[in-house]
Design a protein around this ligand. Sequence first.
Ligand code: AMP
Length: 455
Amino acid sequence: MCGVFGIYPHKEAAKISCLGLYALQHRGEESAGIVTYNGKKPFIHKALGLVSDCFDEKILSSLKGDLAVGHVRYSTTGSTTLKNTQPFYVKSKAGHISIAHNGNLINAFGLHRQLEDKGALFQTTMDSEVIAHLIAHSPKEDYQETIVWALSQLQGAYSLVMMLDKVLIGARDPLGFRPLSLGKLDGAFVLASETCVFDLIGAQYLRDIQPGEIIFIHQDKIDSLRTLIQKNYGFCIFEYIYFARPDSNIFQHNVYQARKKLGEKLAEEFPLNADVVMPVPDSGTCAAIGYSQVLKIPYEMAMIRNHYIGRTFIQPSQVQRDFRVKVKLNPVKPLLENKKVVVVEDSIVRGTTSRARVKTIRQAGAKEVHMRISCPPLVSPCFYGIDFPTKKELIAARHSIDWIRDFIGVDSLKYLSREGMLAAMPVSKENFCTACFSGEYPVELPKKISKFILE
Ligand code: AMP
């Protein structure tokens, strides 16, 4: 889970990157970074924390050049240290390289070892550094062939925004797990993980980078190469369910509408005659609207969110997570007292936040609390960039729905079926990765990973 951004050629490249990263803040709150290039040397600023904490006017003015690459990070590989922040930058014989990566490489460990055997010295534990070393070690002379060669070594998920000297590069893995879109602003090209960025900076959306496509953006032209064309793709369905912003179009379709449709399907599969439908804000909001509209039950924002706190799961340690669960949402008691309530949530991962929320709703006076989840039970970890815990920690991998119902403390608990979920999607089902619900991974996992995490 990360957000990537790039722009070239624009005289305010750093400032616009900062705005772009603001719009992508939900994709990672641990660190933010921008690397710019003025044709001679790079300018780098990376820090831990929110975009607003990492940059100010003075820092942005010091990032010179008309080419910029930006990144917001939530670590799926590598620990949270300043050293592991992105974009990764290195000067090599291939040129000045900077890389912002969204996704997860499943063969990073093997590549790391092979490169070390050849003498590569690694500074971080990030996948992105592996990509930089591959570019630096490429046997090819031509820069486009160099990039094609380097990316052809990778397995897994990558949406990349890179700089190689005065070329801005955008690339997606052949299955297209993570989104990446292309836009235009004042004659400059813009790359961003989500289209909401283009709205915010006033850019025009042009198109998505295709799965397996690499684009090379120069001062005055774009070259596009499509290395590997697959019959079907592996778009991450969880981008629609939870991760992307509802005002974005992901894989060319709007997220809000897809999420609302999930709620409508949930209402068709598991209707209930209740007094009120409420979301767990913000993750369950769109689905709750869909659910309430189909059943004609009043929709209420019966919990108010403190907007100054990030997503609870983004805090790595359990202690902080528990604290944040409590301070984040406060119930509106008159909406709940003596009511039969349906709570709509997008998903259950560990179950701990949901349990805490239900307790609060009951304390606020609800007579009955029923929970509806707008996707099927999550039973397998993600190896392509969503930070799900290991199988042991995924509550639905170890327990029955009845057990989870009792643990969370609701009167009833229903999950949307797999068929319902796929029917709600704007993209045909063959093009999704649904491994977190099925355990069927579209890119085969190395044996070591499977043993460690899947058992
Ligand atoms: P819980 O009840 O503790 O499983 O928390 C459920 C909430 O966490 C839902 O809003 C989920 O969408 C959200 N969530 C989504 N992705 C993750 C993740 N990768 N790790 C933890 N929680 C997540």
